[in-house]
Design a protein around this ligand. Structure first.
Ligand code: SF4
Length: 257
């Protein structure tokens, strides 16, 4: 069996598990795919296309890109062709405000937080307009692990992104169909299937991003002890509330002063 077919089958099984165990998708639904034009979002579009074919599941996908003038989209026509070839319609929505908000914000300066929050807002507007209540985001297991550490280091909380998240009292759902897949697997998949053209430009805040810092720390750690990667994944399922300090939250300022 060719390498790509073998890898695709393995990844499709992982997507199937996510969809089944986290209850992400139902037969006949319409979903929006948040598409940045980068590797992960293109992978999500492609693997969901193959998922529909392999498991004969009927659902419709509409790809939406939020153009916020921070990270430019390259070759939108080519991206549209890539999506159309997979039976996915493409829509670009324009957001003129986020860039201004980020440029005028002094401290605390966290462009990625503002950028992601505003992007999600515009995806919800698009979903509302199209009468769709599920938005699929291309977050991987590595994103979930990085977010866990980001939230501890910079947001003073122990939390991360979940596979399925309800918004506005279940009016909308954010779903993460590729949440069980690793970045390295996506890189290999894209290379093997010849999909090496991406449509995402460079973001001026990218290198300074806190996520990048965490990513580099994790990379070093995984290099020293590969088992750590697996251990962190397992820890996401072992949340021992009784071993956290939540009960004293009301007094935290007095205690830590
Ligand atoms: S790196 Fe941060 S600011 Fe730049 S596009 Fe991504 S989320 Fe937005």
């Amino acid at each position: 069996m060719p390498k790509i077919k073998k890898l695709r089958d393995r990844l499709l099984k992982r997507v199937k598990k996510a969809i089944f165990y986290f209850d992400l998708l139902n037969e006949g639904e319409n979903i929006i795919l948040g598409i940045s034009g980068g590797k992960d979002s293109l992978f999500m579009a492609d693997i969901l296309y193959h998922f529909k074919r392999k498991y004969n599941m009927r659902f419709q996908m509409l790809a939406v890109h939020v153009a916020n003038r921070i990270k430019p989209l390259k070759n939108p026509e080519k991206l549209e062709r890539f999506l159309n070839e997979r039976g996915i319609d493409f829509l670009i929505v324009h957001d003129e405000n986020t860039k201004k908000i980020i440029e005028h914000r002094l401290k605390p300066f966290n462009p990625c937080y503002i950028c992601s929050k505003e992007r999600r807002k515009h995806l919800i507007y698009a979903a509302k307009e199209k009468d769709i209540n599920k938005i699929a985001l291309a977050h991987t297991i590595d994103d979930a692990v990085e977010t866990l550490l980001l939230n501890i280091f910079y947001a003073r909380e122990i939390s991360t992104m979940v596979p399925k998240q309800s918004l506005f009292r279940k009016d909308f759902f954010v779903i993460r169909p590729i949440i069980l897949i690793e970045e390295e697997e996506i890189e290999t998949y894209m290379k093997l299937s010849g999909m090496n053209e991406y449509y995402e430009g460079k973001c001026p805040y990218e290198d300074k991003s806190r996520r990048e810092t965490i990513r580099n720390i994790l990379k070093e750690l995984y290099k020293k002890d590969p088992q750590v990667r697996k251990n962190i994944k397992y820890s996401l399922f072992e949340c021992k509330m009784e071993y956290l300090w939540k009960d004293y939250r009301a007094f935290r300022k007095a205690i830590l002063r």
